[in-house]
Design a binder for this molecule. Structure first.
Ligand SMILES: [Zn+2]
Length: 440
């Protein structure tokens, strides 16, 4: 039980400003952040070998980090830094690994990363997402449809609180699989949701199908997220006829920021759950209005801490307080990931997650994947391996990828040592041909 609860006590959890009904001020938010940072850094140094070693190499004594300026001396970690060590070195020694939920990520970036959380951490981080939905207008008795590309839930995640609430007619939510379930549009309609949330392009797929079938139901809002809300995606989703409110999150830390519900052209940063920095290339803080790389520290991830972690996204820093009066710092825009569908011609599409989901069982030997559409009906699955695969592993991978694609296209596997990142350094997991490509 100590592994499950470690890092928390219930009193502290419910005393958290995010769960108070009285408004909090920027001053007590800053105090809240600093006190949690102090506690987190001490925990990371004493319990997590990865951070103990990194702090020692950088000559940092976490006890000396007392303010924002001090915090800038803490080293910054990339996804690659985290990948290069054994995942057990990133888990706190006072956490029981058997109690941890697996939230490992790979799909939206193409680079595999182990992410573990306690049950409490999972619920607490989800609570910030619920808060955003409530700010968008979700009511306790509403049904919320959540659209993903696969069911991400760890089977060991006992969601008894959620199931209990649903039985009482509260916080009813259901997850729908936009890629793997051909009956998704009908099932979502049958659920009669008052609001829809989920991956932007999953919601766009639903919007396409409902538009085709002439289905219109009143929705309080559509909460997009998980990837960049591009204008084409927004246009498709707008056929649902509901306000579109964007959430900015990352699998490693859950919700990072959410669109200002009062209509200011900003994102409210989830300052009470994370410390979010927008940094210039020289790692100094970007000024308001300036673009930089998002570096995040999760205040409540103790089982596997994320401290000054490069998310891999660019954002434009906004004012330190939203014009709407909310005490949160802001982002003006986020240049996040995009997940393009592969246009196969004649209005046929293939979603990259169909392939990613199929090859998921092989991820144990894969470090990075990239799917490239090299001709209209030809895909190349590029793989950087963690260790050389056996012939059987390669066969299993090829069979899974080929059967996911079916007779819609051909797919070949290419093992490579390096996948070129974008000019900003971000991985590019999916490369689709433009609709009007000469290779069509
Ligand atoms: Zn606002």
């Amino acid at each position: 039980m100590s592994g499950l609860l470690h890092g928390f006590d219930l009193g502290r959890m419910f005393a958290h400003p995010g769960f108070r009904t009285t408004p909090f001020t920027p001053e007590n938010l800053a105090r809240h952040q600093q006190s949690h940072l102090t506690r987190l850094l001490h925990h990371a140094q004493t319990q997590v070998p990865f951070f103990r070693d990194a702090f020692a190499r950088a000559g940092i004594d976490p006890a000396s980090i007392q303010c924002s300026e001090d915090f800038q001396r803490v080293p910054i970690f990339s996804r690659r830094d985290c990948q290069q060590v054994d995942a057990t070195d990133r888990i706190a020694q006072n956490a029981n690994p058997r109690w941890l939920l697996d939230r490992s990520t790979s799909g939206s970036t193409g680079e595999r990363l182990t992410v573990k959380r306690t049950w409490f951490e999972e619920r607490l981080l989800n609570a910030f997402r619920w808060r955003a939905w409530r700010e968008f207008g979700l009511r306790t008795s509403d049904r919320l449809a959540i659209l993903y590309f696969h069911r991400a839930q760890d089977p060991s995640d006992n969601q008894f609180l959620q199931r209990l609430a649903a039985r009482l007619g509260l916080c009813r939510q259901q997850v729908f699989d936009a890629v793997g379930d051909p009956g998704m549009a009908r099932a979502t309609l049958d659920f009669r949701p008052q609001a829809i949330a989920g991956m932007s392009s999953a919601i766009a797929l639903l919007a396409d199908q409902w538009a085709k079938q002439g289905i219109h139901i009143p929705l309080r809002f559509v909460a997009t997220g998980g990837e960049l809300l591009t204008e084409p995606l927004r246009a498709r989703i707008s056929t649902l006829g509901a306000p579109i409110l964007d959430l900015y999150g990352a699998n490693e830390l859950n919700l990072l920021a959410s669109r200002c519900p009062a209509g200011a052209d900003t994102y409210h940063v989830c300052d009470d759950a994370h410390r979010i920095e927008v940094l210039r290339p020289d790692n100094t803080p970007a000024a308001p209005g300036e673009s930089g790389e998002v570096v995040a520290t999760s205040l409540f991830s103790y089982a596997m801490p994320f401290i000054r972690y490069r998310i891999g996204d660019l954002a434009v820093r906004g004012p330190d307080r939203c014009p709407c009066g909310a005490p949160f710092s802001t982002l003006l825009s986020v240049q996040g990931r995009t997940i393009d569908r592969f246009p196969l011609g004649h209005d046929a599409w293939l979603h990259p997650w169909e392939i990613i989901n199929a090859i998921r069982p092989q991820f144990r030997w894969i470090r990075q994947v990239q799917l490239v559409q090299s001709a209209r009906r030809l895909l190349v699955l590029r793989i950087v391996a963690l260790q050389p695969p056996t012939g059987q592993e390669l066969n299993l991978l090829e069979t899974a990828a080929t059967s996911a694609v079916g007779n819609r296209a051909r797919i070949s596997i290419e093992l490579t040592h390096h996948i070129e990142p974008s000019p900003s350094g971000k991985p590019i997991p999916f490369v689709a041909l433009p609709l009007t490509s000469p290779h069509a």
